[in-house]
Write a protein that binds this ligand. Structure first.
Ligand code: CAA
Length: 283
């Protein structure tokens, strides 16, 4: 099955990254968000990434124009009627994802695979919003998408081998390496990563260290490319909280309780790098 038209739901940091790598892999991309300004911001980010690649001599100006011409931004979900594969990268809210998958199921051709970039929500549950559970799968990219090599693939209860094979081949076409995880809260990546980030936030909350000392310990002591608090800011503190809530509720173990300081930052609107303020100030 050849994917010529690749649909992406969401033009935020994950959605625009996925759109970028899909276009670089030669596919025509439809990137949809709910407001024109969100679509435009996503397109601007992709253009900035390509301009940086051109200035570094990694891409020619003509190549940039060709790849950019493959990406169409839209606010109309109906534009997915011609898509051959769709990946959803909306915010991490179960009710929203169920609604999106219900709509995608009605709009897209019946043989189209509907993938979710969810960080933690059950693929089996998301698939239940459609009449094609066998063609629903988790396709979890990492942030920043153009740089990170992994796609975590998660099958729901009804996902077929064929759906898995197409999704894996498509991820590899986009230059990624796949690892398969079972459909449990947080899968593999966030089952392991988020408790570490949450623990770093507890260290800050309890005064064990400052943001700088906590991040320095993990960068220089453990060779992590960035410290856990900077990484939480990069992921988005609202997303981190949403994932911790899925782990806590889904696994029912108090070791996954979100740190009160994380909740407080989210309540304050300190959502991380994307708004200029998280554990660090980016303004
Ligand atoms: N988009 C595109 N390219 C980017 C980028 C972005 N947002 N950020 C950095 N890059 C590129 C740079 O252009 C640069 O490219 P070249 O090598 O071609 O010059 C390269 O990445 C390295 O960037 P920098 O030199 O600016 O910075 P760095 O070496 O410190 O790397 C980093 C930045 C890649 C973000 C690195 O710090 C890193 O790997 N951090 C950890 C990221 C991580 O753990 N991600 C997973 C998050 S968890 C997740 O995503 C799952 C989830 O569900 C929550």
């Amino acid at each position: 099955m050849e994917v010529k038209v690749f649909g992406v739901v969401g033009a935020g940091q994950m959605g625009n990254g996925i759109a970028q790598v899909a276009a670089e892999a030669g596919m025509n991309v439809i990137m949809r968000d709910i407001k024109d300004e969100f679509v435009q911001r996503g397109l601007d980010t992709i253009k900035k990434n390509f301009e940086r690649a051109v200035s570094k001599g990694k891409m020619s100006d003509d190549q940039m124009k060709t790849v950019l011409s493959r990406i169409k931004g839209t606010t109309d979900i109906g534009d997915f009627k011609n898509a051959d594969f769709v990946v959803e990268a909306a915010v991490e809210r179960e009710d929203l994802k169920l609604q999106i998958f219900k709509e995608l199921d009605q709009i897209t051709k019946s043989d189209v695979i509907l993938a979710s970039n969810t960080s933690s929500i059950s693929i089996t549950k998301i698939a239940s919003a459609t009449k094609r559970a066998e063609r629903v799968i988790g396709m979890h990219f990492m942030n920043p998408v153009p740089v990170m090599k992994l796609v975590e693939i998660i099958r729901g209860l009804a996902t077929t081998d064929e759906t898995y094979k197409v999704t894996k081949a498509l991820s590899e076409k986009m230059g990624k390496t796949c690892a398969e995880a079972q459909d449990f809260p947080g899968f593999i990546a966030n089952r392991i990563l988020l408790p570490m980030l949450n623990e770093a936030i507890y260290c800050l909350y309890e005064g064990v260290g400052t943001p700088e000392s906590i991040d320095t310990v993990m960068k220089l002591g453990m060779n992590h490319p960035m410290g856990p608090l900077a990484l939480a800011d990069l992921i988005g503190l609202d997303t981190c909280l949403a994932i911790m809530n899925v782990l806590h509720q889904g696994l029912g173990d108090s070791k996954y309780r979100p740190c009160p300081l994380l909740k407080k930052y989210v309540d304050a609107g300190y959502l991380g790098k994307k708004v200029g303020r998280g554990f660090y100030n980016y303004n």
